[in-house]
Design a protein around this ligand. Structure first.
Ligand SMILES: [Zn+2]
Ligand SMILES: [Zn+2]
Length: 329
């Protein structure tokens, strides 16, 4: 799993998540997204919106335009009021000729103590027909090979922080094929599946030329457990006792934390009045969350040209700070 920061660090924060072996593509926040290719956008399977300030949600129309002719269902997750806001955006267009379109939006509104959901279909003019409710749980999505959790932060309105965790998975030590004088084949996929599903491994595998091994031997010899990666994303929140406690719990032991560093601590009053984090506070979160790497994002434009000062302030609290944005050549 890897994360790409799409825009310059002072622009709209947008994190694009892709996997090696899983087709899903995930977007954290939905602001200005012209840095994504058409192909990248058309592969998106779910979008997680922290809150609906303009810089986190204006890309919805662009995504809609790029995907409108696709035959698929995209999931959208957002905070309190989200379903009304999606319906509001969609109702700004005329859909009288859309009956043959196959695009659907499955929308989830994270509003503890409940999660509301609905399905909006292009073929039905994206009309809101029903809203279902289920009990809120912090794990809001279980994907095939990963899960996504959230915590509600405080941006004077609810703002969602997210964390994505890959499942632990078995990898193959392919260097040993030659030593054992065997070749990979369908037996290997079967063996990994059985081990993953905790099924019994009692068969013998015949490789021809008098070579055969028990599944148990091959599993012990060839397979090893790789820990799944964890990536967390926090933007646009005030630093309060509650956001600190919930934030730490969410990001605990992350391999990578992408966190807003909106203000320098000398402008703490500005950070507090606009419900944003300072660079120092982002460092404190990373430190207490025991994360491995911190990537500052969503820096206030007022500091244009003084990235260095922001990075230095983060590093006074947490040393492993990296710049996420790679300029395209
Ligand atoms: Zn905001
Ligand atoms: Zn923002």
């Amino acid at each position: 799993m890897k994360a790409k920061v799409v825009n310059d660090l002072m622009q709209d924060p947008l994190l694009y998540i892709e996997f090696e072996d899983i087709p899903d593509r995930i977007l954290f926040d939905c602001g200005y997204m012209f840095g994504l290719t058409l192909r990248e956008i058309q592969k998106i399977s779910s979008v997680f919106v922290s809150h609906t300030h303009f810089d986190h949600f204006m890309g919805f129309d662009h995504l809609l335009r790029m995907c409108i002719e696709q035959d698929k269902t995209i999931e959208f997750y957002g905070p309190l009021g989200f379903i009304d806001q999606i319906v509001g955006k969609l109702s700004g267009y005329s859909w009288n000729l859309s009956e043959n379109l196959d695009l659907n939006f499955k929308c989830f509104e994270i509003a503890p103590p409940v999660i509301k959901s609905t399905l909006l279909k292009a073929c039905n003019a994206f009309k809101l027909e029903y809203i279902e409710e289920k009990k809120f749980e912090s794990c809001i999505k279980r994907g095939n090979g990963y899960s996504i959790s959230t915590s509600v932060m405080n941006h004077k309105i609810p703002s969602l922080a997210f964390s994505i965790k890959e499942d632990d998975f078995f990898k193959v030590n392919s260097n040993l094929f030659e030593t054992l004088n065997i070749k990979p084949g369908s037996w290997l996929g079967n063996l990994i599946r059985k081990v993953n599903n905790n099924e019994k491994i009692t068969e013998n595998i015949d490789f021809g030329n008098g070579i055969s091994y028990s599944e148990e031997f091959l599993a012990k010899k060839l397979l090893y457990l790789q820990k799944g990666k964890k990536i967390s994303y926090i933007v646009d929140t005030a630093f309060t006792d509650n956001t600190f406690k919930d934030g730490i719990e969410l990001i605990k032991d992350s391999d990578e934390l992408y966190c807003e560093c909106a203000f320098l601590n000398k402008d703490l009053d500005k950070a507090q009045s606009t419900y944003h984090l300072t660079a120092k506070q982002a460092g404190i979160l990373a430190n207490h969350g025991n994360v491995k790497k911190l990537f500052p994002i969503h820096l206030s434009k007022r500091y244009n040209g003084v990235y260095k000062e922001i990075f230095e302030e983060v590093m006074s609290e947490f040393p492993n700070v990296f710049s996420a944005y790679k300029k395209k050549k």
